[in-house]
Design a protein around this ligand. Structure first.
Ligand code: NMX
Ligand code: MLT
Length: 436
């Protein structure tokens, strides 16, 4: 067969052999040095993890399966006449198989997800029973953990399935979870902001993003295109970021994909990670209240200074790996320039792109003073009337599922072992230093 699973079944034995070969032949080779800073500095920059799906180059940007993100966006097939962006379904195909899908192959994923998208009633009942004060991200984590009772992997593991076959069940769970996420996420949105109004019916004529936007009550074609782009851009970011690493770590204990993804979302919910997209909008709103929609450069610089003097970070700026403007910021800005360049929020974000780096550079400590993905997304969502800031990280989460679950399938396919680094107490570390 030519479908996604068949492609994987063909590719996995080849990659497995390569992986084992590298391990056997070169397992003892050193490729980096661990310093005291590595141990005390969040392992920043250490070449420690394996990731087949995507990689970052600190200056050149982001690659999905070796293809520059910008080019991947340009090449992914468009499903519908008139749609200007590729589909996240095609992106999932690319991330998992390493192959750019044909139009038919991308559509095949769309159709699979349409078939698998029904969310069990007990999960929706749980979502419906949530108090509106529970943050949408906490609701997403709870709902995904609850879906664990659907896991085909758990069932197979209990029956004693062979280790070499784990990936097939992780694949099934991952496909089901991706398929169900728009309904879960839209239900959270409608419960928190629209008293539970809105449809949960999947329209078989729509793609994954089209259905999601329809369920959010925002069926505008341009917004659906924005959502397709958004879902592609936020999907994968190699494996060291908090959400991807968490999914891998939890999955390495053979927790099922629903639990692993739920844990990953708990990480994405932090303000230094995915929640930054909410924080950016909070910050921009305060800025506009304080100095208006068209402030002078001086007024902007003073406002940024005030944020820094208050001991806060400027949200949406900086990155642990990238050392230039995040390509995902640039691609969103290109979308904005095409569709809504006169929007006051878009204009402000575009101006700040030049001003904030100047201010951050003067601090002499910020490794990357340029904007990241989160600096832009909020104003675009605002433009298309998705106004509820506390919901923004859920969109990031739905997208991140595509990347971290692709990675999880490969972790099981390659037999990645349980992750378990060694730790030191401060006195053990001192002893180590003295002996070194
Ligand atoms: N505003 C002010 N200070 C900053 C910023 C910023 N945007 N970015 C880094 N710094 C500071 C940082 O707090 C640290 O200060 P100190 O030594 O006093 O603790 C110093 O600069 C060095 O940090 P870096 O090595 O540049 O950054 P690190 O790799 O530790 O962290 C981030 C990366 C992304 C966590 C950091 O840049 C940040 O906090 N940015 C703002 C929050 C944000 O936008 N996060 C979203 C990241 C993307 N995502 O979606 O996950
Ligand atoms: C991400 O998309 O995961 C962020 O840019 C954070 C990171 O890479 O550390």
């Amino acid at each position: 067969g030519k479908g996604l699973k068949a492609r994987l079944a063909k590719k996995i034995p080849i990659q497995r052999e390569k992986f084992l070969g590298i391990k056997c032949l070169h397992g003892n080779k050193s490729i980096g040095q661990i310093t005291v800073n590595s141990v005390m500095g969040g392992m920043r920059g250490l070449p420690l993890l394996f990731c087949e799906t995507s990689s970052l180059d600190k200056n050149k940007g982001i690659y999905y399966r070796g293809i520059l993100l910008k080019d991947a966006c340009a090449k992914l097939p468009r499903v519908k006449e008139g749609s200007q962006e590729g589909t996240p379904e095609g992106c999932f195909f690319l991330l998992t198989t390493g192959l750019m899908p044909s139009k038919e192959e991308a559509e095949e994923v769309t159709n699979e997800w349409l078939k698998r998208g029904t969310v069990p009633r007990y999960c929706l009942r749980m979502v419906d029973s949530m108090d509106k004060r529970v943050h949408p991200m906490a609701q997403l984590c709870a709902a995904c953990a609850c879906l664990s009772s659907q896991s085909k992997f758990v069932e197979a593991y209990r029956k004693g399935v062979r280790r070499a076959d784990y990936w097939e069940y992780v694949y099934e769970d991952s496909m089901n979870l991706c398929a169900m996420l728009p309904t879960v996420a839209a239900s959270i949105y409608n419960n928190v902001y629209h008293d539970g109004e809105g449809t949960r019916e999947i329209d078989p004529e729509q793609d994954w993003s089209g259905n999601f936007c329809r369920m959010l009550g925002l069926p505008d074609e341009d917004f659906i295109d924005l959502m397709r782009l958004y879902m592609i851009l936020h999907a994968d970011h190699e494996s060291g970021n908090v959400s991807a690493h968490t999914c891998h770590l939890v999955g390495s204990a053979l927790s099922d994909p629903f639990l692993s993804f739920s844990a990953s979302m708990c990480g994405l919910a932090g303000p230094l990670h995915g929640l930054a997209n909410q924080e950016v909008l909070v910050w921009l709103t305060k800025l506009r209240e304080a100095i208006g929609d068209e402030p002078t450069d001086e007024e902007l610089k003073n406002f940024i200074d005030k944020t820094l003097k208050g001991g806060q970070v400027v949200p949406g700026y900086g990155h642990a790996v990238l050392r230039d403007t995040d390509p995902r910021f640039v691609l969103q800005n290109e979308f904005a320039m095409k569709h809504c360049k006169d929007d006051p929020g878009v204009k402000l974000v575009t101006r700040l792109w030049k001003i904030i780096p100047e201010v951050l550079k003067k601090l002499n400590k910020v490794a990357n003073p340029y904007p990241n993905v989160d600096a832009h997304s909020g104003v675009l969502l605002q433009h298309y009337c998705l106004k509820e800031l506390q919901y923004y990280t859920v969109l990031f989460g739905v997208s991140r599922a595509l990347g971290v679950l692709s990675q999880l399938i490969w972790s099981r396919a390659l037999g990645a072992p349980i992750e378990r680094p060694k730790s030191f107490s401060s006195s053990e570390l001192c002893k180590f230093i003295q002996e070194a």
